[in-house]
Design a protein around this ligand. Structure first.
Ligand SMILES: Cc1cc2nc3c(=O)[nH]c(=O)nc-3n(C[C@H](O)[C@H](O)[C@H](O)COP(=O)(O)O)c2cc1C
Length: 187
């Protein structure tokens, strides 16, 4: 039997969502699947592969002020019918500050994935929300205003006051692995 093939598309601003896409692709390969990963922020439409050649699709987005990235928004809106043709085999995840807080996790998980895709007419089968990357160091991709806003989000998520140049990875890699393995099972 030939190996099953999955597509992973992601949109990131500061790197957390990209890291998750890479990890899921690695897990897919370890589990005997083929995986291709595409960054939606710089993917010309003629480079989007023919969906007919794949068994499943996963899309990941960064969240900023409640919104996906531009690339993810455009992709989901433009490829609605093709995405829905992956019946029972499409997943969506986000990396979000509020996902790391047990009190807001369930809410953001549904709001940023299932509800947001349904608003665009796309019906996903598997979804989750992971925590983000809180990088306040000098090498961070965030500007000062973004750092300031993220400090507020992080404080609300964790209850901890963020001081100085800290770096905290709030992604739960066991949660990410479980999400991936459950997705592989439905293919
Ligand atoms: C300016 C700004 C606004 C943010 N707004 C939200 C938000 O509305 N909800 C949320 O859950 N997380 C929010 N976050 C946290 C991000 O979701 C988190 O940093 C995540 O890691 C972003 O994914 P990325 O690193 O792939 O871009 C915000 C972060 C920044 C810098």
């Amino acid at each position: 039997m030939s190996e099953k093939k999955i597509l992973i598309f992601y949109g990131t601003r500061f790197g957390a969502t990209e890291g998750v896409a890479g990890k899921i692709a690695e897990l897919a390969r370890e589990n005997g699947l083929q995986a291709e990963v595409y960054n939606l922020e710089d993917l010309p439409s003629d480079k989007i592969p023919d969906f007919n050649n794949y068994d499943g699709i996963l899309i990941g987005s960064s969240i900023k002020i409640g919104q996906w990235t531009k690339g993810v928004k455009k992709f989901v809106g433009n490829y609605k019918n093709q995405l829905n043709s992956f019946k029972g085999k499409k997943g969506f995840y986000v990396c979000s500050g509020y996902a790391a807080n047990p009190d807001s996790y369930e809410k953001v998980k549904v709001e940023y994935t299932k509800d947001a895709t349904e608003k665009l007419g796309v019906f996903i089968d598997h979804y989750d929300a992971f925590g983000g990357l809180m990088d306040f160091t000098e090498s961070s991709k965030m500007g000062w205003l973004e750092k300031k806003l993220l400090k507020i989000v992080t404080q609300q998520s964790t209850g901890e006051k963020i001081e100085g140049d800290s770096y905290t990875d709030l992604r739960d890699w066991d949660q990410i692995e479980n999400f991936a393995l459950e997705f592989f099972k439905i293919l």
